[in-house]
Design a protein around this ligand. Structure first.
Ligand code: AMP
Length: 296
């Protein structure tokens, strides 16, 4: 059921809904047929990273619902909400090609009607790493993700390892609040030169785009050091920072080595454990995040 919303062309192959009241009965009948439902929440401007989530969802579930919602509550006032890239017609084509059955594109007032006043917070995990630089971010994320899960009532919801802390926070929320959904985390898709795919990469000018490859190179360096037997996280972090700063103008928000589940900073690395190495670096006004998980 294709249609045109304003001047935006939506793929004729895709059912595209913007009202919760239209979505709910459709999902009820899908569930009543015994079919499994996947939810892939996104902010749109879909790239291969998003599409890998949709493809995996289609492999594992009968019906795939992709939400596109640039959620204002996860942006701080000085962040890039207004200029966040958007391309609904391209998204619709790409999502459909990757196996999406239904697009859910709610308006801000559909999600946050007048008088909306509830929030969901995962304490502790939300205030470290990204949370130190974006103190209100994860409350916005967990609130909108719980809303989307409640609206769609999926069997499985898919998230990317690219946003490692988001994945940890959402898994904790689902566990703490007994939300009846399975969370699946999908590996990070990268450009050929190693840069993690991100909707925000379009902000980079050509020089910054080249410089930004240093993020994945610094993660590779950290992995090599661990494989070589270095067990002091501070030594590895210092080498990573040196590499990043030696490449070009960049501002490091953080580079850390933390416990992969609790996000606690590691004093030393212990054989057999899995650690998360997350980083956030700004190139001009563009802030990029990346990470890897390494088993020591
Ligand atoms: P976003 O539109 O940035 O909110 O991302 C929507 C979902 O896609 C989130 O679960 C992200 O973690 C995931 N995602 C974004 N970039 C990538 C990537 N390069 N590889 C895999 N998943 C990604």
């Amino acid at each position: 059921m294709g249609r045109v919303e304003g001047s935006i062309k939506i793929s004729p192959l895709l059912i595209t809904l913007s009202h919760i009241s239209d979505l709910r009965p459709r999902i009820s009948s899908i569930r009543a047929e015994g079919k499994s439902v996947a939810l892939v929440p996104t902010m749109g401007f879909l790239h291969e990273g998003h599409l890998s989530l949709i493809r995996k969802a289609k492999d594992e579930c009968d019906i795939v619902i992709v939400s596109i919602f640039v959620n204002p509550t996860q942006f701080a006032p000085h962040e890039d909400l207004e200029k966040y890239p958007r391309d609904i017609s391209g998204d619709s084509e790409r999502a459909s090609g990757a196996g999406c059955d239904m697009l859910f594109i709610p308006s801000i007032t559909e999600m946050y009607p007048d008088g909306f006043s509830s929030t969901v917070s995962v304490n502790g995990l939300s205030s470290v790493l990204e949370g130190e630089f974006r103190p209100t971010h994860f409350q916005g994320v967990t609130t909108v993700v719980l809303k989307l899960i409640n609206i769609v009532q999926p069997t499985v919801a898919y998230f990317g390892q690219k946003d490692a802390q988001q994945s940890v926070v959402i898994k904790k929320m689902v566990n703490d609040l007994n939300v009846p959904v399975t969370i699946v985390i999908v590996p990070t898709m990268r450009e050929q030169d190693g840069l993690a795919m991100s909707s925000r990469n379009v902000y980079l000018d050509p020089v910054q785009r080249k410089d930004a490859v240093v993020l994945s190179r610094s993660l590779d360096l950290a992995k090599s050091r661990i494989v070589e037997g270095v067990r002091d996280p501070q030594k590895i972090i210092a080498e990573m920072k040196e590499l990043i700063l030696s490449t070009g103008p960049a501002t490091i928000d953080y580079v850390e080595i933390v416990d992969a589940d609790l996000l606690k900073k590691k004093d030393t690395l212990i054989r057999g454990e899995s650690v998360l190495i997350p980083l956030a670096v700004r190139f001009g006004s563009t802030r990029l995040i990346d990470n890897i998980i390494v088993t020591v």
